[in-house]
Design a protein around this ligand. Structure first.
Ligand code: AMP
Length: 497
C-alpha cells in the first residue's frame, strides 16, 4: 500500500466511485505502477503475484480506455482477458463487474466444463470485455460465436500458469486471430525462459513493473515447515487445527485422491471440511467455495489447479499437506494468504521423502524455511537438511561419460565374435549341392531365427548400455518426442484435475 491516492492516477469519476464503494483507500504498488502507463496506451509486463491487487491494476485502466471508444458490433470483443482456469476467470469477471459498476460497458466470462450455448448467446450482441479460458475461447471462435479481429486490448493474466498448463498452442491460435495493432498487458508471478519467449513474441516495448522480487513469496506471509512422517500428517493437521483454533484454512494436496482422503479424515476428526478439485462439477465447486467463504466449513482441501483464482480476503492460513512437485506452485499456494498486505501463515508438512522438493522450493524463493517438530509427532525418518541450488535458466548439458577400459574390451570382443560368426555363416552358405542346400536352408532358417534373436538381444542390450551411458537410442529419441508432447498436453489432464 502507499500514501498516494487513487485520485492522482488519472482515473475517471465512475471508477473512483467504484473503488471508494469497495473500500480501497490507497492504491497498491502494482496499481500505482501499472495504471498510468496502461491509461497511456503502453504495453505492460508485470511481475506481480496474486494478492498484490494486480486485477484492479489492469482492470481499472482497461475499463477507462474502453469507455472512451465505440460499442462493439455483434459477436465482436474489444478487450480480451485470458486466464488459465475457470476459477480465476470467474474471479476476474467479478472484479470487472464491480470495478465497472458505474460504467455502461458490457462484460462476460466464458470457460469450459459447462454448456457452450448460453455463452454463445451472451456473445451475440458483442462485448466490451471478454474474460476467457483458452480452450473454451477456441471452441467459440471455431463456431464463429466470437470474433477477435477487433480486439484493442489483450490481457494475459497469470501467464506463467497458462504455460504450465500446456496452453502454449492455444495461445498461438488465439494470438493469430487478433489484429497486430493492439495493447498488450502480461501479468505473471514467475519468470521462466518460456515466459520470456512469450513476452518477446507478444509485447511491444513494454513498461516493466516488478512489485516484488522475482520468484519470491509475499513478505506478509510467515512461513514454517513442520517435520513429520508421511503417515502422521493428517493426525498432526487435525491436532494443529484444533490446538491453534484455525478457523479458515486452505489445504493443498498433490492429487485429487489425497484431497478426498484427507477431507474424509478431517471430517471424521470432527472438522467441517469441503473439497475442491477437477473431478467436482462446477456446481460442487461453487458450493465448496461458498461454504468456505461463508465460514460454514473451517477447511477447504484443494489441488493446485482447482485452487487457482481462489480469492478470499485476509485468508489467514495456507497449509501444504504435500509439497508441490513444481516449486513455482509453492509461491502460488502461499499467495492465497497474506493478500493485499494482510498477515498470513503458510505451513508445510514435510516428510523425509519430500526433502528434495523442499530444497527446490527453498532454492526458488532463495531462503531456508524455519523448521519445527511438534512433541508427539517427531518423525521416525528425519528430514535431511536442504541443499540450496543456484537456479540457472539454461540447462547445462551433461558431458558424455568416457568408456572404461573394460567397456572398450567388451566392445572389441563382441565385434570379433560377430565377425567370426558371419564368416561361419558364409562358409555354410547354401547352393553347393541339393542335400547341403536343403540342410543349409533349414540351418539358415534356424540360424536366421537364432541370429534374429541374438540381434534383437544385442540391440536391446546395446540400447540399455547406451542409455546407461547417457546416450539416447533412436527409439528413445522418438519416445522423448512423444514424451514432450505428452508433457505439453499434461495441461489437459491437469485442467481436469
Ligand atoms: P488480486 O491480487 O488482484 O487477486 O487482489 C487481491 C485482493 O486485494 C482482492 O481481494 C482485492 O479486492 C484486494 N484489493 C485490490 N486492490 C486493493 C486496494 N487498493 N486496497 C485494498 N484491497 C485491494
Amino acid at each position: 500500500m502507499s500514501s498516494t491516492q487513487f485520485t492522482s492516477l488519472g482515473l475517471s469519476e465512475p471508477l473512483l466511485r467504484a473503488v471508494t464503494v469497495l473500500g480501497y483507500a490507497t492504491p497498491t504498488l502494482v496499481q500505482l505502477q501499472a495504471i498510468p502507463p496502461i491509461l497511456a496506451g503502453r504495453d505492460v509486463l508485470a511481475a506481480a503475484q496474486t494478492g498484490t491487487g494486480k486485477t484492479a491494476g489492469f482492470t481499472l485502466p482497461v475499463l477507462q480506455r474502453l469507455s472512451a471508444g465505440v460499442r462493439p458490433r455483434g459477436n465482436y470483443v474489444r478487450a480480451l482477458i485470458l486466464t488459465p482456469t475457470r476459477e480465476l476467470a470467474l474471479q476476474v469477471a467479478e472484479s470487472v463487474a464491480s470495478y465497472g459498476q458505474f460504467l455502461p460497458l458490457k462484460s462476460t466470462v466464458v470457460y469450459g466444463g459447462v454448456k457452450i450455448n448460453p455463452q454463445m448467446m451472451k456473445l451475440r450482441g458483442g462485448v466490451d470485455i471478454l474474460i476467457a479460458t483458452p480452450g473454451r475461447l477456441i471452441d467459440l471462435c471455431r463456431q464463429n460465436a466470437v470474433q477477435l479481429s477487433n480486439v484493442e486490448i489483450l490481457v494475459l493474466d497469470e501467464a506463467d500458469r497458462m504455460l504450465d498448463l500446456g496452453f502454449s498452442d492455444e495461445l498461438g491460435q488465439i494470438l493469430s486471430q487478433m489484429p497486430v495493432k493492439r495493447q498488450n498487458l502480461l501479468f505473471s508471478a514467475t519468470f521462466s525462459a518460456q515466459i520470456r519467449t512469450l513476452t518477446d513474441a507478444v509485447l511491444v516495448r513494454p513498461v516493466r513493473i516488478e512489485v516484488s522480487p522475482r520468484n519470491t513469496t509475499a513478505t506478509s506471509v510467515k512461513q514454517l515447515v513442520y517435520e513429520v512422517d508421511s503417515a502422521r500428517k493428517s493426525a498432526l493437521l487435525s491436532y494443529l487445527i484444533d490446538r491453534e483454533d484455525w478457523r479458515q484454512v486452505l489445504i493443498f494436496t498433490r492429487t485429487k485422491k489425497r484431497a478426498d482422503a484427507l477431507a474424509h479424515q478431517l471430517a471424521a476428526d470432527g472438522i467441517a471440511t469441503a473439497v475442491l478439485h477437477g473431478d467436482k462439477s462446477q456446481r460442487e465447486r461453487s458450493r465448496a467455495m461458498g461454504c468456505f467463504k461463508g465460514n460454514r466449513v473451517r477447511v477447504l482441501v484443494a489441488t493446485d489447479v482447482a485452487a487457482r483464482g481462489i480469492d478470499i480476503n485476509e485468508l489467514p492460513y495456507v497449509v501444504n499437506f504435500d509439497l508441490p512437485k513444481i516449486a513455482e506452485d509453492y509461491i502460488h499456494r502461499i499467495g492465497r494468504t497474506g493478500r493485499a498486505g494482510c498477515a498470513g501463515l503458510g505451513i508445510s508438512l514435510v516428510c523425509s521423502a519430500e526433502a528434495p522438493l523442499l530444497s527446490a522450493v527453498e532454492s526458488l524463493i532463495g531462503q531456508l524455511l524455519p523448521r519445527t517438530v511438534i512433541a508427539g509427532f517427531e518423525p521416525q525418518q528425519p528430514v535431511p537438511a536442504s541443499v540450496l541450488r543456484t537456479l540457472s535458466v539454461k540447462k547445462i548439458k551433461k558431458p558424455k561419460r568416457p568408456k572404461t577400459p573394460q567397456q572398450e574390451l567388451d566392445k572389441k570382443l563382441s565385434q570379433a565374435r560377430q565377425r567370426s560368426s558371419a564368416k561361419k555363416q558364409s562358409a555354410k552358405s547354401p547352393g553347393r549341392n541339393g542335400a547341403t542346400a536343403t540342410k543349409g536352408r533349414s540351418a539358415a532358417r534356424r540360424g536366421g531365427a537364432i541370429l534374429d534373436s541374438t540381434t534383437t538381444k544385442s540391440t536391446s542390450a546395446e540400447h540399455g548400455k547406451k542409455r546407461r551411458d547417457g546416450q539416447s537410442s533412436p527409439a528413445k529419441k522418438r519416445s522423448t518426442g512423444k514424451f514432450s508432447h505428452a508433457a505439453a498436453n499434461r495441461g489437459t489432464d491437469e485442467r481436469r484435475r
